[in-house]
Design a protein around this ligand. Sequence first.
Ligand code: NAP
Length: 308
Amino acid sequence: MYDTIIIGSGPAGLAAAIYAKRAVLNSLVIEQAPASGGQMLNTYEVDNYPGLPGINGFDLGDAMREHADKLGAEFAEDTVTELQVEGPVKKVIGRKQTYETRTIVLASGAEHRKLLVPGEEALTGRGVSYCATCDGAFFKDKEVAVIGGGDVALEDAILLAKSSRKVTVIHRRDAFRGARILQERLSACPNVEILWNTVAEEILGTQKAEGLRLRQVQTGEQKELPVDGVFIAVGIQPNSELARGKLRQDKGGYICAGEDTKTSVAGVFAAGDVRTKEFRQILTAAADGAAAVAAVENYLNTWNVSEI
Ligand code: NAP
């Protein structure tokens, strides 16, 4: 019987693992992927994590994992398929095993959103990608498009501009939502063109991506843009399937929880990108992991469930 089971090993899960060990809780982190770090693994450069300017996302994930390991955190690689959250003893049902615990910290993060246009599914992995850090190198000296206007789209475009011949950024509005500093860096890239007020309606190609069918939203004008690669960066959606019907969620599927990470069920906490929050950053996810463990300790003390 664990005091707490942390589901997920992104910055929220790893911070929770560190804080749980320091609180001398009997804790387990369940991670699905063989590598820890969550979305950080797909980030080429993290330029806003205090004290570590410009660190590679993979290295930051690795460092957090190493920190947790050093403190003796226990990790299991398993896919959680169901949570039984009612009562003082909760069950985390995995493909390999069922785990019993007094509390759960759900830190399952978020994943990329799909564009949902013809050609996207069929050509994923064949010129269509959601991860410039992972796949950018395949497009050295080629022409690529990045779809989206948030931090990820801007970071992807800047990264791709270093090796690709030309990068076309396609954004549905006339202003980016991504950070100002990224916009400035992007405008300094000589091989980047921005198509404002433009949407991609189809990804063209049979064996591999060959281009995009675009529509200018104000004029309705359509055109084809030949490209070798299409990077889709249109936001994220929470990995919150496990919560469905068990924990309160908002319209977007995010688990309803405040800064204290408390969900609608006592003893279950949500930390990081999976919970309702304004500002999703590595830093705020890590902060959630710390807050979740404080809430776990409080719950265990208040309800004296450690005796169960
Ligand atoms: P995001 O900030 O939600 O931006 C998504 C972008 O995709 C928006 O520009 C949006 O357009 C566009 N979009 C959404 N649906 C679309 C569709 N169907 N067709 C065309 N365009 C569409 O998502 P993100 O860039 O993936 O970032 C996710 C979160 O991680 C954000 O909170 C971000 O701040 C954070 N993040 C932080 C850092 C950092 O601190 N260094 C790095 C990466 C990510 P509109 O603008 O018109 O809505």
